[in-house]
Design a protein around this ligand. Structure first.
Ligand SMILES: [Zn+2]
Ligand SMILES: [Zn+2]
Length: 169
């Protein structure tokens, strides 16, 4: 069925994009294009960052694939284009809104996944220069960050119990 294949290509592209993002971030943004990414690690005043150029860099192939896919009736090309676009939207919501809160749309969340991606990315930002980085992905995070959040939640629950425990006589 064509619709099903279309969705599979789109979802496949979305998943592959997380890997491409990791590689781009690890080897290109922290590599020869560090001069564009640097102001994301060493914050400078102003709303826009040079780092925002990467949105355009990723939007161009996505738009070209949608454009040529539509006009040449190459459905798979269009599906890949929309997959890249969908990942871009998800990345924007997770990285720019939820993590860095450039827009105050979602404020504090206690959701484990939200806390985990925030923590993992915070660890990425702990490194101010381009070397010895960690956590270059975005939507998929290493289990050590999950474990840290789980430990924190347990500790919080524990201290709450102690604080509110009725006095023993
Ligand atoms: Zn970085
Ligand atoms: Zn960031």
């Amino acid at each position: 069925m064509d619709v099903l294949r279309y969705i599979l290509v789109l979802l496949g592209t979305f998943i592959v994009m997380e890997g491409i993002t990791w590689c781009t971030h690890r080897f290109i943004m922290h590599g020869f294009l560090w001069y564009l990414h640097k102001d994301h690690h060493q914050t400078e005043p102003g709303f826009f960052e040079k780092n925002d150029a990467f949105f355009i860099i990723f939007a161009i192939p996505s738009m070209l694939l949608i454009y040529f896919g539509t006009f040449d009736k190459m459905w798979w090309m269009q599906a890949i284009g929309f997959g890249i676009m969908a990942y871009g939207v998800a990345y924007f919501i997770v990285h720019d809104v939820i993590i860095h809160q450039r827009f105050k749309w979602f404020t504090r969340s206690n959701n484990s996944y939200v806390r985990t991606i925030r923590w993992a990315h915070k660890m990425h930002h702990k490194h101010l220069d381009r070397h010895n980085g960690e956590s270059f992905g975005m939507l998929y995070v290493h289990k050590k960050y999950w474990e840290k959040i789980r430990r924190d939640k347990k500790l919080m629950a524990g201290s709450r119990k102690v604080a509110y425990a009725p006095e023993a006589d």
